[in-house]
Every structure is written in C-alpha cells, then in structure tokens.
Design a protein around this ligand. Structure first.
Ligand SMILES: *[C@@H]1O[C@H](CO)[C@@H](O)[C@H](O)[C@H]1NC(C)=O
Ligand SMILES: *[C@@H]1O[C@H](CO)[C@@H](O)[C@H](O)[C@H]1NC(C)=O
Ligand SMILES: *[C@@H]1O[C@H](CO)[C@@H](O)[C@H](O)[C@H]1NC(C)=O
Ligand SMILES: *[C@@H]1O[C@H](CO)[C@@H](O)[C@H](O)[C@H]1NC(C)=O
Ligand SMILES: *[C@@H]1O[C@H](CO)[C@@H](O)[C@H](O)[C@H]1NC(C)=O
Length: 152
C-alpha cells in the first residue's frame, strides 16, 4: 500500500509537469504546444483561422477561442506561401486546407508569375503565436470575444 501511494505521487507530479510545461512556454513561439490545433479550421470567411489557445489562467488550465485573418500573416511570393505581414495570400491562392501533423501547416495552390498554380505549404508554428489565449501574428491579435458573421 505504501509503495502504491509513493508511485501515485510520482505519477501525479509527472502529470502536473506535463500540463505546466506548455503554459510556461506561452508566448515564446511554441504555437503548436499552446494551441489546440487539431480543432483549427478555416472559417466561412475562407482565410480566417479559428482556434483554441491556452490563456494565462494557470489554476484552471484555461483555453479561449479566437479568430485571425490569415491575410494578415501570409503572402504569395512567386507561387510560394510565405510568412509575410499583411501578405494577403488569399487574393492569389486557392484550394487552401490545413494539414495537421506534428505541426500545423497551411497548404494552398498559388498563382506564380507564369500564370500557373503551384502547391506549397507554410508551417504556421513559425508564423502564429499564442498571447494569453488569443492567436496572433506580427502585430495582429485575434479578439477573444468576437466572431465574424459567416458568409450568407
Ligand atoms: C514549434 O516552435 C517551437 C518554438 O519555436 C519549437 O520549440 C517547437 O519544437 C515547434 N514545434 C513543432 C512541432 O515544429
Ligand atoms: C477566456 O477563458 C477564460 C477561462 O479560461 C474565461 O474566464 C474568459 O471569460 C475567456 N475570455 C473571453 C474574452 O471570452
Ligand atoms: C493587404 O491588404 C491590406 C488591407 O487591404 C493593405 O493595407 C496591405 O497593403 C495589403 N498588403 C499587400 C502586401 O498588398
Ligand atoms: C480547386 O477547387 C475547385 C473548386 O472546389 C475544384 O474545382 C478544383 O478541381 C480544385 N483544384 C485542384 C487542383 O484541386
Ligand atoms: C472585441 O469584440 C467585441 C465584440 O464585438 C468588441 O466589443 C470589442 O471592442 C473588441 N475588442 C477589440 C480590442 O477589438
């Protein structure tokens, strides 16, 4: 019985550290640690990401939902998706989807300078960040208490 209790305490401590670690890295670029990217979706506006991210409420391990216009974060450079402030990728890229693996990628067909569509992907872990539960890129932050109207 005594052995079992000690084992439980060790297990509980490891579990606690596993939960605490992503919170400690919040805001330091570990986007895929801090945001529930499996739930990320391109919203009805097509180039908006909607996603849950951890906030600084350590007691309850809190999440908030926010949305961000990816046109503020990504651009089309000669047919390649790139991280670019106010890049407006959606004006010249189509058929965009998210790819979930260890990270979260945006994949699109983008028009190049020869008038051909090229497939490319952008690793959003290096582009987006978590700011106390709101998703952001560059100087832009999603609003945790706002949802855009969906397309008619
Ligand atoms: C995401 O970025 C963070 C910080 O730059 C890095 O520590 C982490 O390994 C990255 N994760 C993935 C899955 O690429
Ligand atoms: C963010 O989530 C916390 C719970 O973690 C909640 O108390 C708070 O009201 C949320 N903020 C907004 C703006 O919805
Ligand atoms: C993207 O669109 C915004 C808002 O319409 C504009 O201010 C910005 O200059 C555009 N960026 C580029 C790279 O064209
Ligand atoms: C892109 O999407 C359009 C509309 O859904 C579809 O008709 C087209 O086949 C797609 N193109 C490719 C290369 O997947
Ligand atoms: C966030 O959205 C709410 C609801 O639309 C609005 O009242 C508030 O002013 C917005 N906050 C910011 C910082 O834009």
């Amino acid at each position: 019985m005594g052995t079992f209790s000690a084992y439980s305490i060790v297990t509980a401590t490891i579990f606690f550290l596993a939960l605490a670690f992503p919170l400690l890295t919040s805001g330091e670029g570990g986007f895929t640690h801090d945001c529930a990217y499996a739930g990320a979706s391109l919203t009805d506006k097509h180039h908006w990401i909607g996603i849950y991210c951890l906030n600084d409420n350590l007691d309850i391990y809190g999440f908030n939902y926010s949305m961000l216009d990816l046109d503020r974060c990504a651009g089309n450079n000669a047919g390649q998706l790139v991280a670019f402030e106010n890049g407006n990728y959606s004006g010249s890229c189509e058929n965009c989807t998210f790819i979930h693996d260890k990270s979260l990628h945006l994949s699109c067909l983008c028009w190049d300078m020869n008038g051909k569509q090229t497939s490319s992907t952008l690793d959003l872990n290096n582009t987006l960040y978590d700011s106390n539960g709101a998703v952001g890129c560059y100087s832009f932050l999603g609003n945790k208490s706002w949802e855009p109207e969906s397309d008619p």
